[in-house]
Design a protein around this ligand. Structure first.
Ligand code: PLP
Length: 423
């Protein structure tokens, strides 16, 4: 359920008409619905009621300050993957006590930054990282709270580029090496070995791989406890999928029931790191038709492109694309490729998609663009980053102004030997 619905034939975000926003700020733009984010957060946390689980929003899904802030106000912590995300999460009001730091390549500076702040947990992904974290913590007179991210060798059944829990993936420590790593950690004075973490991928649409990975993680907790380690935490990762089109991911209620069943009476502090499921369907990308071309095939050329939303090009992902002015029920639908202006054939947002008649300047909306949309945008083809808007009830606000081409050029710096010529 989301709050992007037609009213009298015009697409609205909550109570705000999309054409009104387009008239005020131009296109393309991302539009997020605060009510949709709130609803998704409440459904997920409701399903975990009684578990005491800490829900750390995976900031990488959408790291606009207003989005992180919305999550923080709802009670979420933050799952961060870089020092930059850590700074962003804190700037948006996240409490250090609710921050989990994951990722296989944390640098010394990033570890030191997080140690100085005093975060809830480091999810450590290699022996070298554990040793470096220990060394930095000892230097700083701190003890780092650690969970070891294990790689359970489970196939999440998702796209190749976002599966992370198979042994050939770069993430985590192979689960059969975990005992040795915990034994090592127990000897290191700068780390407290508190828990086990798993995260097997993203856009997972089946409960079975989650269940398998949780089962392996919890089995490891039992083994570690039997070996005398004081394991108190288990971090179950994120990855729950959303319906973009035909998918039928498990409803959060079912996911929550499974988590409850598997972790009951285990005396573990749980952490979850959902990203996409909270924000994915809470955002759309609004664009305008520039041209339409019928040369054997129907091409709808819009003013948004792969640099604005790379998911179709990168993950072969399917996004619903709808006209902002609802098509008449009897409008003829003909197959079209919806493409951007970038000079690459990969700049295709939809292929062979039944679309109603559209004319230049008509608005269209690419749905389910709230996660891994704006955050993955680039300025390829010297296309400035698009505006982002958040709606709440009958109000909206620009939460990131559209970049200008002057902003973009100003980021470049001429070498000294060219400055004279430019002046
Ligand atoms: C990306 C990521 C997440 C969030 O994944 P979603 O599919 O957006 O829920 C959670 N944890 C880690 C470690 C991640 O890398």
């Amino acid at each position: 359920m989301d709050h992007f619905q037609y009213r009298h034939g015009i697409l609205h975000a909550e109570d705000v008409s999309i054409p009104d926003i387009a008239a005020a700020i131009g296109t393309p733009f991302y539009c997020y619905s605060a009510a949709t984010m709130t609803r998704h957060y409440n459904v997920l946390t409701g399903s975990l009621d009684g578990t005491g689980a800490k829900v750390c929003y995976a900031v990488k899904a959408n790291s606009n300050q207003a989005v992180i802030r919305t999550m923080v106000e709802l009670g979420a912590g933050a799952d961060v993957i870089s020092g930059g995300e850590l700074t962003r999460a804190l700037a948006a009001g996240a409490s250090p006590d609710d921050v989990v730091f994951a990722g296989p390549g944390k640098t010394r500076d990033e570890l030191a930054q997080a140690l100085a702040i005093g975060i809830y947990q480091f999810n450590v992904e290699s022996e070298q990282e554990l040793r470096l974290l220990n060394a930095v913590a000892v230097e700083m007179g701190k003890v780092a709270p650690v969970s070891i991210r294990v790689n359970p060798d489970v196939d999440a059944g998702t796209h190749e580029k976002i599966t992370t829990g198979r042994k050939q993936n770069k993430f985590g420590i192979p689960i059969d090496r975990a005992m040795d790593i915990f034994a090592l950690g127990a000897e290191l004075p700068g780390v407290a070995m508190l828990g086990v973490a798993v995260h097997i991928g993203s856009q997972i649409t089946d409960l079975a791989p989650f269940e398998e990975s949780f089962d392996r993680a919890l089995g490891l907790v039992d083994e570690l406890r039997a070996a005398g380690h004081d394991i108190r935490r288990c971090n179950l990762g994120g990855g729950l999928g959303i319906p973009y089109g035909g998918e039928t991911p498990p409803p959060p209620e079912e996911y929550g029931r499974m988590v409850k069943r598997m972790t009951a009476n285990r005396q573990l502090d749980l952490v979850l790191e959902p990203g996409r499921v909270l924000v994915g369907n809470a955002g759309i990308l609004v664009a305008r038709v520039v041209y339409e071309k019928h040369e054997g095939r129907r091409f709808i050329i819009i003013d948004a492109a792969m640099n604005d939303l790379i998911r179709p090009a990168m993950y072969d992902s399917w996004h619903d694309i709808v006209p902002v002015v609802e098509a008449a029920p009897d409008a003829p639908m003909t197959e079209a490729d919806v493409v951007g202006p970038i000079c690459e054939s990969g700049d295709t947002l939809a292929k062979g998609r039944p679309m109603p008649p559209l004319a230049p300047n008509d608005l269209i909306a690419v749905r389910s663009a709230g996660a891994y949309g704006a955050v993955m945008a680039s300025t390829y083809n010297s296309r400035p980053l698009v505006a982002e808007v958040m709606v709440r009830g009958d109000q909206y606000a620009v939460i990131r102004p559209r970049q200008t081409i002057d902003d973009l050029i100003a980021l470049d710096q001429p070498p000294p030997w060219q400055q004279a010529e430019l002046e």
